[in-house]
Design a protein around this ligand. Sequence first.
Ligand SMILES: Cc1ncc(COP(=O)(O)O)c(C=O)c1O
Length: 359
Amino acid sequence: MTEKFAVRSALSTTPAYIPGKPPQAVEGIESYKLSSNENHLPPLPGLTDVIAAAATTPALYADPAVSALTAELAAHLDRPAEMILFSAGASEMISALANITLEAGTEVVYPWPSFEMYPQIASLRGATHRRIGLTEDFRHDLDAMADAITDSTRLVFLCSPNNPTGSAIRTDEFEQFMARVPQHVIVVLDEAYREFCTDPEAVDGLTALDAHPNLVLVRTFSKAHGLAGLRIGYAVADPEIILELRKAVLPFAVTAVAQAAARESLSRVSEVEVRAKEIAATRDELIAGLREQGWDVPDSHGNYVWLPLDAKSADFEQACLAAGIAVRNLQDGVRISIGPDASMRRVVDIAAEFRARYH
Ligand SMILES: Cc1ncc(COP(=O)(O)O)c(C=O)c1O
């Protein structure tokens, strides 16, 4: 907390977001950044041409209503455009959701470990955290989350597939949970990694939305669509919630380049889905390779794998860094993003050596 400048007191307990580290250069080998859950595949063929063509008028503001893309997404989702709002990545939407619900004296319920932005924005808004640990098999403890809801609860975060553990919420457990949530409490279903999910029982946010007007889906073009650097995501929700969110997103935050790239990618969504499933297959191979060595790795439905290393997390991160690979050390464990095959083979080798040293 600065004593020099007049900032809000909530900042004294708010950590800054810690992004994934870059890899260290190691002589003679290629380095890989597996610390930010980026899509490692090259852009869709022709996509960079679309981006270049959209970048010829940088002096102009983009369409603030994101009209064309909103109409196209509405048609794709078969929902009215009034239910859709774009933002500069899902991150901006998560921030906007906190801004429309949280303040001192209110409470937010979220799972942990999960996406680090949830506690960050809760702290920034001065809200009380109800942080609910995952179950032993790294799933949302939805009973405990429902128990944690009080008269002061304004917001609940669910993350499926969960970052960093990869577990997906099943439809039956989701429905049981929603039946216990008061209808005025906004529940966010963060589906940032939905395209990588291969669990047939996983809840489908869009279907769930029809039965639950207090549900807000948060989605992004950063992960499966591979547009993280362009910053574009969106919410799907009841038009009344969308109206409130409109007040909380920044005007002109979604650039013309991001809109054009997202339109192109959406128009070729079947190609995106095929690529997402390729990444999912690599993920499952990595999990199988690690399990063969004896690691206790939970099933993952994201483009990453979770190693619950607890106190050994920092040592594993160091072992990876020394071998030219950056992973994400989240203290309870290490998250490894899916990368090119060569990087996955190296991770398996590092993991084998690490086990030999520790077991
Ligand atoms: C669970 C989850 N939600 C949302 C986001 C935000 O994504 P973006 O702001 O790039 O759309 C991330 C990014 O890593 C994430 O892991």
